[in-house]
Design a protein around this ligand. Structure first.
Ligand code: GLO
Ligand code: MG
Length: 365
C-alpha cells in the first residue's frame, strides 16, 4: 500500500520534472556585480574596474549571460543622438560576439536621473513621467539592437516615503499604462518585472511577484510580461524565496532570477547565494530544478555583491563561489532520496523529513 502511494506520489510530483534530462545551467550577472564597494557610510574600498575588462572575465569565470542597464551599454546615453546610441550599441554587440557572451536583458536605469527622484512612471510630475517613458523606449531600442529579447523593470523609485504624497491607485494604473505603452512600442520585446518591497523607497509599489503577475495578466499582452525574482527582495518582503519562485513558475511567468542571500530584515544585502541560509538556497534550487527552469535557455542570474572588506582589483570570488554553491546544491537535489521522501510525506512524518534534509545537506547518512 505504502509503495503504491509512493509511486502515485512520484507520478504526481516528480515524473514530469525533467530530472533525468539534467538541465545544463547557464549563468549570468551584471557588470555592477564587480563593484567598487561603495556604500553610504564610507569610502569605496576597491578601485574602479572598467566594464570592458569585466566582460573579458565572464567566460573564464563560467558565465555566459550579461545583464545590462541601458547606460552600461551606452554610457552618457542622454547626451547622444539616436544614431550615436545605435553606433555604440553595435560596438558592444560586436564585443559580446567576440567574447561568446549573450545579452540577457537591458534595464532602464530610472533611479539616478534628477527626473526620477520621486518616482519615474509614478512620479507626480507629468514631465518626469514622460522622461521615464522616453528613456524606457531608448532602453528597448538598445535591447533590440543588441538582439536581446527582454527589458527588466526594477521599479526602484516607484513608491512613496509618505503615503499621502501619491495616489497609489493611480500609481498602479500608471504602471499598467506604461507596460502597455512598452508592449505597443515594440511588438516582440518581453518585459520582466523585478519586484522589491523597499529601498530606495520606503513602501514600493509592486513589492512581490504576485503584484507583478497581476500586472502581467492585466496587460494587453500577458504572454510578454513576466517576472524576475531576487532572493533578497522576497526575504525583505517577509516571504520565502522558493515559494515566490514556485508561484511564478506555476503561472509560467518566471523569466529569470537574481539569486543571492539576505540576513534578516535590513538593507538589501546581496550576500552570496546560500551565505545566510543554506537550506533556503537548497529549496530555491529544488524548486527551479523540479520545474525544469533553465531548460528553455533561461539564465541563473546572480545579483551578489562582494563583501565590503574584500580587497583587490576585479574581485570576483563572490560570483564564482555563488555559482559553485548553486551547482553543489543541484547535486544535492538530484541525489535526494525521493522514495524515502515520499514515504515520510505519506506517513506525515515531517519531523523525519526535516532531519533527513538537514543530514543530506550535511553529507550525513
Ligand atoms: C536592486 C536590484 C538591482 C537590479 C538591477 C537590474 O536592488 O536588485 O540590482 O537587479 O538594477 O535591474
Ligand atoms: Mg536584482
Amino acid at each position: 500500500m505504502v509503495n503504491q502511494v509512493v509511486e502515485i506520489f512520484w507520478e504526481m510530483c516528480c515524473s514530469e520534472a525533467p530530472m533525468s534530462q539534467q538541465t545544463q545551467y547557464r549563468f549570468s550577472f551584471g557588470p555592477w556585480n564587480i563593484s567598487e564597494g561603495a556604500d553610504p557610510f564610507g569610502p569605496e574600498v576597491r578601485a574602479v574596474f572598467p566594464h570592458e575588462e569585466k566582460f573579458a572575465l565572464y567566460r573564464p569565470l563560467g558565465f555566459e549571460g550579461v545583464q545590462f542597464h541601458d547606460d552600461d551599454v551606452v554610457p552618457d546615453l542622454e547626451t547622444l543622438s539616436p544614431d550615436q546610441v545605435l553606433k555604440k550599441t553595435a560596438t558592444v554587440k560586436t564585443m559580446l560576439g567576440n567574447q561568446g557572451l549573450t545579452p540577457e536583458f537591458v534595464a532602464p536605469r530610472l533611479w539616478f536621473p534628477a527626473q526620477t527622484v520621486d518616482g519615474a512612471y509614478t512620479s507626480n510630475s507629468a514631465a518626469d513621467r514622460q522622461y521615464a517613458l522616453d528613456r524606457t523606449r531608448k532602453s528597448i531600442d538598445i535591447a533590440r539592437a543588441l538582439d536581446c529579447k527582454a527589458v527588466v523593470l526594477w521599479l526602484a523609485r516607484e513608491g512613496s516615503y509618505i503615503r499621502e504624497s501619491k495616489n497609489a491607485r493611480i500609481a498602479y494604473q500608471r504602471l499598467l499604462e506604461t507596460i502597455n505603452q512598452m508592449l505597443d512600442y515594440d511588438k516582440e520585446i518581453e518585459i520582466w518585472i523585478e519586484p522589491k518591497p523597499n529601498e530606495p523607497t520606503d513602501q514600493a509599489y509592486v513589492p512581490t511577484i504576485g503584484h507583478a503577475v497581476a500586472l502581467a495578466y492585466a496587460s494587453n499582452d500577458p504572454k510578454r510580461v513576466k517576472g524576475l525574482i531576487e532572493t533578497a527582495h522576497a526575504l525583505l518582503a517577509g516571504l520565502d524565496a522558493s515559494d515566490e519562485m514556485a508561484f511564478a513558475l506555476a503561472h509560467d511567468k518566471l523569466a529569470s532570477v537574481h539569486l543571492n542571500d539576505q540576513n534578516g530584515l535590513k538593507y538589501d544585502q546581496d550576500k552570496n547565494f546560500g551565505g545566510a541560509n543554506l537550506r533556503g538556497a537548497f529549496n530555491q534550487v529544488r524548486v527551479l530544478e523540479e520545474a525544469g527552469f533553465g531548460g528553455k535557455g533561461e539564465f541563473i542570474g546572480l545579483d551578489v555583491k562582494a563583501m565590503r572588506t574584500q580587497q583587490g582589483r576585479g574581485v570576483t570570488a563572490h560570483l564564482t563561489n555563488s555559482r559553485s554553491l548553486f551547482l553543489y546544491l543541484v547535486e544535492k537535489v538530484r541525489s535526494w532520496d525521493r522514495i524515502a521522501e515520499g514515504q515520510m510525506i505519506e506517513a506525515r512524518d515531517y519531523e523525519a523529513l526535516e532531519f533527513a534534509i538537514l543530514k543530506h545537506l550535511m553529507g550525513l547518512k
